[in-house]
Structures are given as C-alpha cells and as structure tokens.
Design a protein around this ligand. Structure first.
Ligand code: GCB
Length: 886
C-alpha cells in the first residue's frame, strides 16, 4: 500500500448553485406527490477541512482506507446545499429523505436543527416545511462516523465509511399524505394472510396524516395490478381526518383467484397502488406503489426449506455494499448489478449482511427472484447500556418497516457472531452478567421482530463455537439458527464442516438452520499448483468451496448456505496479501469473477455449463520440462457435464471426467500463444493463454531467456497486474539452471501454521512478493551465459517490529508476542561486495519493502553467484528478478 498523500488544504469559496423546481402545480393532478433527487451541488468539508464540491453518494474514506497508515478519518463531515423552491411549494409539505448517512446525523435548515438520526444503514425522513423561507434556504447535514459505544456496529470485519453515502431526495406532498412518521417507511404495509395456488387474500394497512388546518373527508383506494398492468382487484374505504390527525386504514382484498406465484424461477410481481382521494373533488392527493408477490414458505428442521410447497435448497452469498475505490458510495447501477451477478451465478438467496442496504438491492431481489434475509449490524460485541439496546431495537424496527413489502424477504436477523470477542475473560462472574445481557438483548430483538412481522422467520447468526452459543442460550431464541463455519480456513480441515452440520442435526433436531457464512480468502493475483490453507490462492478456495457445496447439497436438513462473500470488500484492519481488503469474495472488489464464481455456476446452472476457469489466468510463466519445448501445467474446467475433451492449438489432450464439477488436464504450454478449446457435446469454451517459457537450462539454445521473477520460500505464482510482471515459485539450485542454496522458507513466529507472513508490507502494493522469504540462505546462482544483465533483490524484515494492536481479523493475530530477531548480513555478487552489513529492520524499518537493483556484466562463463554472509542471525532473501539486457 502506498503512503498517505499530504492533503492539500486550500480554502475554496463557497459557491452555490441554485436548484429550482418548476411546475409544482402540475403534479397535484396525478399522484399528488413529487420526489426529486437532491444528489448534486453539495459542498463538503471535514471538520476544519477545506471545502470541496461533491455529489451524493459520497464518502470521505474511500481513499484513506487504502493507504499504509492504520485507521481512517472517523469524525465530523459537513454537507451544505442551497434549496430553491418556487412559490407553488408554499402550501405543500416538504421532506428530505436520506437513504443512508453514516452514522450520527443532524439535519439543519437555515441553521435550525430539523432532525437527527442514529445509525448508518437506514432511511430517515425529515420534515422541513416549518424551517423554510422559500427564498434563500440552506440545508446543512452534519454527519459523524466517530466511535460511539452506544451505536452498533462497535467492531466488525468491514470498514465503517463515513458520509452521506446513499441517495438524498426532496419529497413534496400535499398536506394530506401517507404518513412520513412510520420509521422511514412508505406508510403502507402489505401482507398476504392467506396464499395458495388457488386463491390469495391481501391485507393493506395504510397510515395517513393530515397536517393542514382543516378537517378532510377522504377515500382510500387500493388497486392491485398484475404484471401486464391489468387491474386484478380494487377497493375503496372512506376516512375522515381532523386537522393534525393521523389514522390507519386496513383493507382486505379477499379471494384473488389463481394468483400467479412468486418464485426464483418465476418472480412474478403484482403492483399495489394505494391512493388518497379527496371525497369532494375526487382529486388524488397522495399515492404510493408497493410490490406484491404471492408466495408461502416454511423451514423444516429435517427437510430444509420449502417455497410454495416445493423443496428448495437456498444457495447464495452475503453481500457488502462497498466497491473498489468508491468505498460505500456505490452508484445505483453497480448496486443493482451485484444482484444480477448473484442471479447469473445460479444463486437463489442473498444474505444482506451485516446491515440493511440500499433499497435498490431488495427491489432487485424481488424482480430477479432472489430470496433474502436482512439484518441489523449487531456484530461481535454489545454495550450493556440502555442506549445501545434502544438503538438496536430502533434499527430493527426501521429495517422491518422500511422493507416490509418485499416478497423477496423471508427472514429478519439481528445478531452476528456476538460471542466472537469474549469480554471479561478474566472475570467469570462478570462475564456471566455480560452473557445474560447478550441473551436479553437477543430475546428483545427476537420478540420485537415476531410482533412487528409474524409472517417471517427470525434468525440469529453464530460462529462455529458450538458450546458457548448453546451455553448462553442463543440457539434457543431465534426460529432459525445461522452458523458461520470456516473449518479448513481459520481452523481445522474442510472435512470438519460436514461433522458440524451433522452435530447440529443430532443435538438440535427441532431447530432449522442455515450455513450463513463459509469461505476462504482468494487473492485474484495468487495461483498455486500445491494449494494449502492460508496461501490465498484461487486454487485453495476452489477446493474449499467444492467440499462445502457437496456437504450442504447432500444433506436435506441443511436449509441453505451462503458463501462469504459475493465480492471482496474493504476491511481496514486487515493486512495479509491485499491489505485492507477481505478476499473471500467470489468476485473481486471490482467485480471480476474468480474461478470460484464459475464453480458455483457449474453446480447451480440448470443449463449445460462448460467453462475454462483458468482462463482468468491469461498470462502464465513456467519452466520448460526437461528436454522439451513446453512447460506442463494444470488447466481446470468447471462443468455440470459428465466429461469433456480439451484441445491445445487444435490437438486433443484427451477426454476426461468431471469430479465435483471440475475437470483437470495437464497442458504442455508452448512459448507464446496457446489456444485452449474445451468441447462436450454441443457445448464449448475457449481461452487464449500467453505463456512465457523459461529455459530448463540456460544453455538450452531453443528457448531464449529474457527475464524471470522468482518468489523465495513460496510455492505461489503471483501476477502483478499493474506492472504486468509474472512471478513464479523458487527452486533449489540446479546445475545449468538457477536456484537457492541453503536455508528454508519463512514459517511465521506464532503457533499457527502460516503461509509466509500476513503483515502489511509498507511501501508497496505487491505485498505477496515480500511476505515469503528464504531464511538462512547461503547462495543464489544463475548459470546464465555471458552478457549484460539486470538483477534486483527484494527484502523485507518480517519478524518483530512495533507491537501493533492485535488485529482481530488477521490470520496471525498476535503480532504483539513476537520476539525480535537481530539480523545483520552482507551480500556480494560475483565476489564483489553489493550490500555491506545490512540490518533490514534498523536500516529500512520493519515490514518495509526494500529493492536493490544492479547491472552485471557476466563474462568468462562464470554466471551470476550471489553470496549471503550472515554476521548475526540468518540472512534472508524474499524475491529476485533477473533480466537479460543484451
Ligand atoms: C465472519 C464474519 C464476517 C467476516 C468473516 C471473515 O465470520 O461474520 O464479518 O468478514 O467471518 O472473513 O472472517
């Protein structure tokens, strides 16, 4: 990661553009209300910062989460904007609708406080009429993402981006309108108390308010339209509202015959249009549309999930809302695209984790036929205060009411891995009190949810620590238990996963459950032919997902499984190969599919599927097989077909059978372009792979040596996408070739089995180049012929350093305990001194990328010999590059 750039503090002049709404009178005839986006023309400044022009969605953290400086700005940000309303708005009610501001906000109009809101992930509506002067109105939004112990989330494996990061809308209504005081909801709530393939009933509950000074006689008309726009049913009720009064109206539409059912295969949506009509003039004074889907569902502890009476295995992913370089300020189109990625993968379930997301997401789920759960961000720990409890309850209420009408939602959830960070470990009685508080909060949230919405299931999500969740009683509270399971990643082996599933079924035989998370980090730049846990290779993740999918699909009692995560996401405290990013996505953070995404398509697609997964690895390198003009490397194909035949440059490499939806071939890649084509019946796929062949021996006159980049102490291939450099694993020295002499790979200093180091390497974005090393190296040799060469040595001190705070989410999470190691060594090249008595830590700093480059004239057939002489401790080398100049 690159060092933080100095922020330029330039004061710019407050310069405001006017916004005019014209023709306000015209809309009173149709829907009675107007909603217009207010995303443009904001001025923004951090507290004491300079002013800049911004558009919404906006966050102030999208760049500073990516640098090497720990942490990100968590404090106050101020947005300002002028609002110009014309005369006709004077008899209207005016609201500002904020879809999401992180995390404490206050809205001021002309300097007066008009409303406040707590929590980053919900919509809120602020009435502003009473503060307006209709000539030079100024809106100010003060947003603060500081740590506040009373507001969840307190800690979590994702970045708490600050700012006005979701759309803002100006809403103008008549003085009689659907209530804007129902926790940010539309004020219209729809249920289907009875649904079958034969007939369905619909209940519409509307909250209506009259802010005018006159009593009003009204009609409430609700009409249900099918997807063709044809009227299916209509009903009108009457209502009298005194001045300032608010009332609710309940309408029951009975016996809609043969309703078209909503399902993933056929996400058929009806539309409910509810109108408030003036009884005298028949003018529509307000109108709201809501989606309606007819479906029924149940979870069964033995048989899993049923939709409309049919068994459906719920398979999908969780999603975070951020995007590459944008933080949480993700534009609408990219949000919708995420649900399309999930659908195209074959998924039928979205866990909206760990907080409610943009309203567009659930609209997309309704439209595309993705079932969903939504949850509030109560993650890892709680605060035992009334304020914290109240904020949780309020968030749950907002979530349920705002999203109530989405047919896609079947589950409301409210806690994630709440016993992950065990507080008061050294004080058992105090810990018991804490556990009691956690259980009480869970119970309150569960009861509230069942009361607000008896038509859906409640879910509480645990991590795989079976005993503690059962002991505290958290597996008894929700209707469905969620387990986040990472056997074969954070601990154990992938095969332990199935044992856990069986244990739940045996010990909690009456409680339905889902695997709410499972996954392994996969850095899209890392590949391996010997994949192991923690190497971050795409190949390890692929194996991992195969094992998990098989186990879940073979067990009917597992209602479903959600991969963690749909896409890579920001998590500031993470280090590892891609600092600040969690790499468990099936897509990259810029939404490029990884091989694992193709694996899901192969498992889930209803149509014949055949895909060269390794096509994503378009540029490869490798050493020629002995005596050959080719390098043999595996290629994988994901498929739901029984077998397939692979061709390389038109020549068959044979037909092979799929095992768990993957077929492997050994492909003899030649230097340059390799055209792969896989065929099965009438299906085929192709991929062009560019291969850089490295000579088996430098004396091999048929393969020209140009350059090579080698990772020491590593079995990984690393693709540096920015500089287009291909790095390959090392080898012990071989005569006529190259390699290291002496030493062993860096293994880490704690008790966990590590793959290299997981620490953030300062001064580079190519962290994996520096995270492995050969410790105790004596020599590195290249038996190259005479000529002019460029050599680069790469080092980083991986052991010791300032005692960082133990970062909960890093694999090697006890950096603190590490004993420092004194290391002084010298390096000479072909007998002459190159680096004298270097102490990497003292000379350059811990975990800092050090690159030393030089030119060498190789003569008299001596090749290149690099000697490492230890003076204290053991000499190390992290990576090496050699390029032939001429
Ligand atoms: C979990 C958490 C999730 C993390 C994930 C991980 O169990 O619920 O927030 O991101 O593990 O990748 O460690």
């Amino acid at each position: 990661a690159i060092k933080k750039k100095q922020m330029l503090k330039a004061k710019s002049i407050l310069f405001i553009l006017f916004f005019t709404i014209s023709g306000l009178n015209s809309f009173a005839q149709d829907a009675g209300r107007k909603a217009i986006s207010l995303n443009d023309q904001w001025e923004f400044q951090k507290e004491n910062g300079s002013v800049e022009q911004v558009n919404i969605p906006h966050t102030w953290n999208n760049k500073d989460v990516l640098d090497d400086t720990p942490g990100y700005y968590r404090g106050l940000g101020i947005y300002k904007r002028k609002l110009k309303l014309d005369e006709s708005a004077k008899d209207k009610d005016i609201f500002l609708v904020f879809n999401g501001i992180a995390q404490e906000s206050e809205v001021l109009v002309n300097g007066k406080s008009a409303g406040k809101h707590i929590g980053s992930y919900a919509k809120f509506i602020v009435p502003i009429k009473q503060f307006l002067n209709y000539t030079n109105d100024v809106i100010e939004v003060r947003a603060n993402n500081r740590f506040n112990e009373d507001i969840p989330p307190l800690t979590a494996d994702f970045t708490f981006f600050g700012g006005m990061y979701r759309n803002v809308t100006l809403l103008i209504t008549n003085s009689v309108h659907f209530s804007q005081h129902e926790n940010g909801s539309s004020g219209v709530f729809i249920t289907t108390p009875q649904v079958s393939a034969e007939t369905a009933d619909v209940n519409i509950n509307s909250y209506i308010e009259n802010t005018s000074t006159l009593a009003r006689k009204l009609q409430i008309n609700t009409t249900i339209f099918n997807s063709k726009g044809e009227e299916v049913a209509s009903q009108t009720a009457t209502l009298s509202l005194n001045k300032g009064e608010k009332k609710s109206v309940s309408q029951n539409v009975k016996s809609i015959k043969k309703p078209e059912l909503w399902s993933p295969e056929n996400p058929y949506l009806y539309r409910v249009v509810t109108k408030i009509i003036d009884s005298k003039t028949k003018v529509v004074v307000d109108q709201v549309s809501s989606p309606l889907g007819f479906r029924w569902f149940k979870f069964d502890a033995d048989k899993g999930f049923f939709l409309n009476g049919k068994s459906v295995k719920l398979i999908g992913a969780s999603r975070h809302q951020d995007y590459e370089n944008l933080g949480n300020a993700t534009p609408d189109a990219l949000q919708i695209k995420d649900v399309e990625w999930l659908k195209a993968m074959g998924g039928n379930f979205l866990r909206v984790a760990h907080y409610p997301q943009d309203p567009l997401i659930l609209e997309a789920c309704d439209r595309l036929g993705i079932l969903a759960s939504v949850e509030i961000p109560v993650v890892n720990t709680i605060t035992e205060t009334e304020a914290f409890t109240n904020n949780c309850l309020n968030m749950q209420t907002e979530m349920i009411k705002q999203n109530f009408n989405h047919p896609s939602i079947i589950i409301w959830a409210y806690m994630n891995e709440i016993l992950l960070r065990l507080k008061f470990s050294n004080d058992k009685p105090r810990q018991q009190i804490y556990f009691d508080h956690v259980r009480e909060l869970a119970q309150k949230l569960d009861s509230l949810t069942r009361r607000l919405d008896p038509s859906r299931y409640t879910l509480l999500v645990n991590h795989g620590a079976w005993d503690i969740y059962n002991k505290v009683g958290l597996t008894k509270i929700p209707m469905i238990v969620g387990w986040n399971l990472y056997s074969g990643w954070y601990s154990g082996v992938p095969a332990d996963f199935a044992k856990f599933l069986d244990r739940h079924h045996k010990e909690l035989p009456n409680t339905p459950f889902m695997v709410t998370e499972y996954g392994a980090d996969a850095d899209p730049r890392i590949r391996s032919f010997a994949p192991i846990r923690f190497d971050k290779s795409i190949e390890y993740a692929l194996q991992f997902h195969q094992v998990y999918l098989n186990a879940m699909l073979n067990r009917p009692f597992v209602a479903g499984g959600m991969a963690w995560n749909l896409a890579d996401f920001n998590s500031e405290t993470r280090e590892e190969t891609m600092p600040h990013i969690n790499n468990k996505g099936l897509l990259t953070i810029g939404r490029q599919p990884k091989d694992t995404y193709f694996l899901y398509q192969a498992y889930l697609s209803g149509k014949p599927y055949l895909k060269i997964t390794s096509a994503q690895w378009k540029d490869r390198t490798g050493i020629a097989d002995s005596g050959a003009l080719a390098s043999t490397q595996p290629v994988q194909v994901a498929t739901n077909l029984k077998s397939a035949e692979l061709f390389l440059n038109g020549k068959s490499l044979g037909t092979k059978e799929a095992v768990d939806h993957i077929i492997d071939w050994n492909v003899p890649f030649i230097n340059g372009l390799n055209q792969l084509r896989v065929v099965s019946g009438d299906q085929n796929d192709q991929a062009d792979i560019n291969f850089q062949l490295q000579p088996f021996k430098f004396t091999d006159s048929k393969i020209a040596f140009t350059n090579m980049n080698v990772l020491l102490g590593s079995k990984r291939f690393y693709i540096d996408e920015k500089e287009h450099q291909l790095w390959m694993p090392d080898q012990p020295y071989r005569v006529g070739s190259w390699g290291w002499i002496g030493g062993e790979p860096y293994k880490g200093t704690n008790n966990r089995i590590m793959y290299g180091s997981d620490k953030n390497i300062l001064g580079t974005d190519n962290d994996p180049i520096y995270q492995t090393q050969q410790v105790g190296i004596k020599q590195f040799k290249f038996d190259v012929p005479d000529g002019e060469y460029e050599l680069a040595l790469h080092f980083a001190e991986l052991v010791g350093g300032e005692s960082k705070e133990a970062l909960a989410y890093n694999l090697d999470n006890n950096h603190k305990k590490e004993a420092e190691e004194k290391r002084v060594f010298s390096v000479s090249i072909n007998g002459s001194s190159f680096m004298n008595q270097v102490n990497l830590a003292a000379d350059f700093g811990y975990t800092t990328a050090v690159q030393k480059k030089t030119r060498i004239t190789v003569q008299n057939g001596k090749g290149i010999v690099i000697d490492f002489n230890s003076i204290e401790g053991k000499a190390v080398l992290n990576a090496i590059q050699l390029r032939k100049v001429y």
